[in-house]
Design a protein. Sequence first.
Length: 217
Amino acid sequence: MGQKVNPTNFRTGNYMTWKSRWFHDSKNYKNFLFEDIQIRKLLLEKLKLAGVALIEIERLPKSIVIILTVARPGVVIGRGGSGIEDVKKGLVSLLTKIRKEKPKDLKIDLKVQEVKNPEISAYLVATRIASDLERRLPHRRVVTKTMERVMSAGAKGIKITIGGRIQGADIARVEKFHVGSVPTQTLRENIDYAQVPAMGVRGYVGVKVWIYKKQED
């Protein structure tokens, strides 16, 4: 049995930065970690139509900075910035529920960035595949079209793995698809990775996507 390493964690600290950037003592560390998990869960559900690709959280003494990288920034911002205000209210309500008191003197700063190329964002690609599988589309056709679209968008390579009771099969299996080059063991290469579950006919089907992208200047 091979020892699998998450490609993102493997490269964190080399040229990738942490998705949560803050430091605290061991007493409150678990509380902040739990808050980060719940914040990400809320934002992914609330901004599903915006195509969230990445959520970064920075904590300062009296503020929380949340950097959203999305495919459709207009959905998040809303008309006249009303969308951002609704998201902030939802975050304050969440923190109040977790801490069992309303945060005092805490400022929440939301920054919205647009995905440069949504077609080669691993999380957005995996989410699209999972959505198609939930709609019971043929998985091989979905994967083939996805790989063609990603390669035409400028990726150097893509690898997709689907595991579980695919299309309601009696026995779970794993199917792998690969186009181009994906050097997962080379630290200096830019490998974007994501895994998303899809609720199939007879249980969850796991979708994993590796995309080999060109180094950003």
